[in-house]
Write a protein that binds this ligand. Sequence first.
Ligand SMILES: [Zn+2]
Length: 237
Amino acid sequence: MATLGRRVVILAACAACVFAVCGRLAAEDRPAISSRQDFFRYAKGLPFGISEDDDYAKVLGKIRKFLEDYKPGSKEESHCLRAVKQALIGCETGGFGIGAVLVNPNGEVVEEAHNEMIQQGRSDLHGEMNLLDKAETNRKVPLLGRFQIPEGFVVFSSAEPCPMCMIRLASAGVDTVYVVGNDADSMTRSIYKLPAFWRDICSKRSFKQAQCGAALSDAAYLLFYSIVFINDEVFKK
Ligand SMILES: [Zn+2]
């Protein structure tokens, strides 16, 4: 359990880093969340009906209802919705709230996955990493040479990729669209800081924030920050 606790601390640190300021809204509109109080304060007024009397299961149930009723206004938004639904499954199965889907050049979702670090006890199973593992293992994509995915495949993620995932996505040869980003300390806009070899690989790919509704983006944001509920559970043991 100590190992698991450490893992959660590492992800929490990553969360604080990735989401210190986040999303399409200004920093003052979407403050970092580091406690349940922060979580409920931010959720108040959003269209999920979440109240501070809700337990974690109830919070997730309300976000699920919102996502099930959500009508995407574009193909891009429908992929974002699928990624956010995966993030929800991550939470519902006891893990972190980050999800991702792989879309082929015809606009069809060919693979989907969520972060399974806690569920599988694996430090590498971030949402995007798990997605590419599955797609490559299950041969859901025709691989160029030994490992590269052909041009035109796009990963939609509920959150901006971390450094590990960004390198993996670029190495696989896919472009990435993410629902919730980080304006203050963005990894995808810090490519110029990488060593030359990796900078070159990442510069060949596109990483951009999705065009999607603010409420869907808020759902992705809250699911990511449901880490404040998980932390409590883990540290109690
Ligand atoms: Zn990652």
